[in-house]
Design a protein around this ligand. Structure first.
Ligand SMILES: [Zn+2]
Length: 322
């Protein structure tokens, strides 16, 4: 089992540090190494189906692929099929995919992200593209790519390095066809709204949840999102702390930013499980990533370093949970 050793410089006056100032200490993480090349490949493979917009063949085929990949990593997979309706009135066939490792474990943590892609590039600089579906390489596929690599690592973990808790990975459907700039909050996150009311297993709960959204872009930073801070501040501290500990503080910023973002984590919180959102912001303008809801949200703008920062932080959280 390959162990990752993180070198931390012991700073003067740092209270928890027993060594003398200036000494170098090593933190040995119990987590395996997250492979960003593998996560990237999983993102690319989803994009190859084409935009995974609701009711499309690409959507159905990619859904089948996601289910079969998770099964190939030894997970138990549940599917929730349900009828929904977009704010436009269009009926949609929704499919949440719930993946469980160590299903018998009582203590569970939940990691989630949406797998559908938006059917309108309505933030594209060229207005002619506003009704064109997006690839959603970052906005959708990146979360599932990271979750697939987490699943692969969970399967690879040998007997001496098994995780102590149960891990559930939920792929939400129908997140991304909401009404922009309207305040119509309930037009987003239809899959998680459904699950929040009707769980894949009656009475299912988790210790906490972490939702991933736009976790593979270039020029990306993650701020502490405000609903996460209201509903689940301890989980924010845990995750941001884990990222600092293993050297990804550059990506997980303590600066002000992020605001209140309507995303799938809200529905998980409303369903009684404290849940945070790790959602990408642009390093320069602080808003959503520059490819957000544009035709540029494609595989060319996926950054392996960002996938690695998020994926390794998730493994650190999973493997250190008692
Ligand atoms: Zn989106």
């Amino acid at each position: 089992m390959k162990k990752i050793i993180y070198i931390a410089l012991c700073l003067v006056g740092f209270i928890s540090c027993k060594e003398k100032p200036g000494e170098v200490t090593a933190y040995v993480s119990p987590a395996p190494e997250f492979c960003e090349d593998s996560a990237y490949q999983f993102v690319a493979e989803q994009c190859q189906f084409g935009p995974r917009v609701m009711n499309s063949e690409a959507h159905d085929m990619c859904g089948d692929w996601i289910v079969s990949k998770f099964k190939s990593f030894g997970a138990e997979v549940y599917e929730q099929h349900a009828d929904g309706k977009l704010y436009t009135g269009t009926p949609v066939k929704m499919r949440n995919i719930v993946v469980s490792f160590n299903p018998e474990a009582e203590v569970r943590i939940l990691i989630a992200g949406h797998w559908d892609s938006r059917q309108w590039a309505d933030n594209d600089p060229d207005e002619a593209n506003h009704n064109t579906p997006i690839d959603g390489a970052n906005d959708g596929a990146s979360s599932i790519g990271v979750m697939l690599e987490i699943a692969r690592q969970l399967q690879l973990a040998n007997d001496s390095n098994r995780v102590k808790v149960g891990v559930d990975l939920i792929c939400w459907d129908a997140e991304d066809n909401g009404e922009s700039a309207s305040g119509n909050e309930s037009s987003w996150c239809l899959g998680s709204q459904y699950w929040s009311g009707i769980r894949h297993i009656e009475g299912y709960t988790a210790r906490y949840g972490i939702n991933l959204d736009m976790v593979g872009g270039s020029n990306t930073v993650f701020y502490r999102e405000q609903y996460s801070m209201s509903y689940a501040p301890a989980v924010v501290d845990k995750v941001w702390g884990a990222a600092q500990r293993i050297g990804y503080g550059k990506f997980f910023s303590y600066d002000q930013g992020g605001g209140y973002i309507t995303d799938d984590h809200l529905e998980v919180n409303r369903g009684g499980i404290p849940c945070i959102d790790i959602i990408g912001s642009d390093t320069e303008n602080g808003g959503f990533p520059r490819t957000w809801h544009t035709l540029n949200d494609n595989i060319e703008h996926i950054n392996k370093e960002t996938l690695k920062a998020v994926g390794q932080t998730m493994l650190e959280v999973i493997w250190t949970e008692q």
